[in-house]
Design a protein around this ligand. Sequence first.
Ligand SMILES: Nc1nc2c(ncn2[C@@H]2O[C@H](COP(=O)(O)OP(=O)(O)OP(=O)(O)O)[C@@H](O)[C@H]2O)c(=O)[nH]1
Ligand SMILES: [Zn+2]
Length: 388
Amino acid sequence: MVSGQRCSLVLRGALQRVHAASVGARVVDVTTSWSGAGGRKSLACAGRRSYGHGVVTEGDRATAWSGRVVRGDRGHVRVLGPDGRVVTARIAVPVSDPLEAPCVGDWVTVAGDAGERVVAEVLPRRTLVERAEPGRSSRHQPLAANVDTVAVVVGLDQMPSLEKVERLLVVGWSSGASVHVVLTKSDLAADAADVAEDITTQLGADVLVCSTRTGEGIAEVAALVPAGTTLALVGASGAGKSTLVNTLAGEEVVETSPIRADGRGRHTTVRRELVPVPGGGWVVDTPGLRGVGVTGPDGLEAAFTDVADLAASCRFRDCSHQVEPGCAVRAALDDGSLSLRRYESWRTLQREGLWLRRRADRRLAAEEGRRVRQSTRAQRRLRRERGR
Ligand SMILES: Nc1nc2c(ncn2[C@@H]2O[C@H](COP(=O)(O)OP(=O)(O)OP(=O)(O)O)[C@@H](O)[C@H]2O)c(=O)[nH]1
Ligand SMILES: [Zn+2]
């Protein structure tokens, strides 16, 4: 077993690099825009969120330090600090929206001491990989924050479904990060190159092919995560994400993953954590995604630039691409330059996104109504008490 000291050294170097990156993020601050790679979409950052009201004093905030969440659990997070140590910090105040909760990859400020540490603030997120919560509720779950690249991991042990890959590409592009498809298990498919070619031409995605068994393409995948950057792996369960994380992390780091925190406790697994890779970057595995909800129109547009470009040249701005004259989408379907499969996949994801957004709007309206009623009741109570 490698000592905590050695782990700290590995992590410290990587942390210094990411800390340097965070300084930039803090200077640019809350309302900056961030442009996705390839000039695809510009996403506004979420604002800085404070936590621990009533728990964290102003004095505590003055001495708080910033670090990166390497692992998120219910009620607390594990935070890598500037000294290379990983500590546990409590999320002192429950958040009503799961998206508000700190997640892996978040930069947070931590207040308190060894007795009790709490998350005082979550710094603005540059990017966020999220999914609709299972059960098709309108709520979204944060999976990984401040990710530079998303790898849509697809196993070649089965014939990939283009629709499933498209759905994951939308999740990837919705995050604001740049996106690649990584086809794993090439050792199990004689036609790996053909599948890659298909995905490139039909989905317009950048595709890498690799195998953790033979080592084919691993260097190319490792190149997706240069020093100071973060790569998130998304994909169905069994696609080979965890194996890829371990391969990218290398023997050395897998061995060093059970980091000692405060001299006690060890990580039992490297999964769903930010894992440092030898080049100085970070890799994060996300839970196997089955019912992935499409979050916003930006990701859909970025994953379907071909359809979005066509739709932009329809005669009517609100063209439904069904019956209207001058519809460029239908024209492309007619002349075969847009496949029916691709069009239908786009329609499905678009409808789903609309449905989720409408539901979210209704939920937000209901929550707002509840808040207003609570506040009115509280004000009445206060007036009554003062009147006594
Ligand atoms: N032949 C072959 N098998 C692989 C390769 N990569 C992963 N596997 C196998 O595929 C299976 C699933 O891999 P995992 O890494 O656990 O898949 P995962 O995507 O993390 O799955 P979840 O944790 O359920 O989300 C395991 O049995 C791996 O050994 C590969 O390159 N070649
Ligand atoms: Zn149209």
